[in-house]
Design a binder for this molecule. Sequence first.
Ligand code: C2E
Ligand code: MG
Ligand code: MG
Ligand code: MG
Length: 285
Amino acid sequence: EAKRDTGTSYRFYNRQLHISAGHQLQLEADLRNALRAGELELYYQPRVDLITGEVRGVESLIRWNHPTRGLVMPDDFIPAAERSGLIVPIGYWVIEQACERLRQAADAGFPGLVVAVNLSFRQFHDRKMTETIFRIIFNANVDTSLLELELTESAMMHDPDYAQRCLRELSQLGISFALDDFGTGYSSLTNLQHLPISLVKIDKSFVQALGESGDSEHIIRAIISLAHSLQMSVVAEGVETEGQLDFLRDQHCDEVQGYYYARPMPWDDLVTFLHDRNRLACLPE
Ligand code: C2E
Ligand code: MG
Ligand code: MG
Ligand code: MG
């Protein structure tokens, strides 16, 4: 991905150790402007069902089309957005976009497509979160059962009572929840079993260590079997090879997401991708 390399200077001054206060302020000012100027864009990465081969859902992943630096990746500006609090308005913009895409997906002939968005720690702890999300989905008038929010263990475990209350309220609206990057934190699924979480996403570090460390096989197996016994589905992230895919299918992983099937892409490309896959699925053997 040639475009990937263009965010170098941000990446450089975004690293805490190298950062100067002036650069940090400049980045924040640029980012505030980016939201207003429409420079932020969501890319979408398909999630493929391992039994049917269908794309069941997509994850929205934010990009910054910077006027001079090209495409800037989230790891190079989300930390600054978290620190400054800008992640809160950005995060609500992301949910609005996702709702808009839900409607467009239905119009394009994919009415059951799930659209997932990432919720940051700070946004999850915004006091107006549930009421703002409620207003967004009410105005968008979409099928909320197709909206999925991805949260990490640390966001949920920081204040379990708060998490319980918020997840309950939002799941009553039909929204579903996924546990992102699972396995990298310190909680166990049993700590989280009382929360309305329907999906666990195995962190890509475990998938990518398959074949290199026997541990990752054991960990993946354990996560899948525990998740299933708690009635949660499992998505493996970062699937790049056929070998990884075969292992995950043998372990009854439900869905996979990764470069093996598709990279994150702009919405129009996603629509083309979905149409092509459908056409392929209709061909005689
Ligand atoms: P994440 O939510 O765990 O998203 C998965 C990341 O893995 C994405 O990186 C995706 O492009 C990457 N990925 C997917 N398949 C593969 C693969 O096969 N190989 C490899 N090497 N990587 C793969 P991306 O898009 O750079 O996003 C990084 C992180 O930034 C996300 O991790 C998420 O934590 C955060 N992020 C992205 N968009 C948003 C957003 O709208 N809001 C918030 N708060 N955070 C976001
Ligand atoms: Mg995610
Ligand atoms: Mg993840
Ligand atoms: Mg991640």
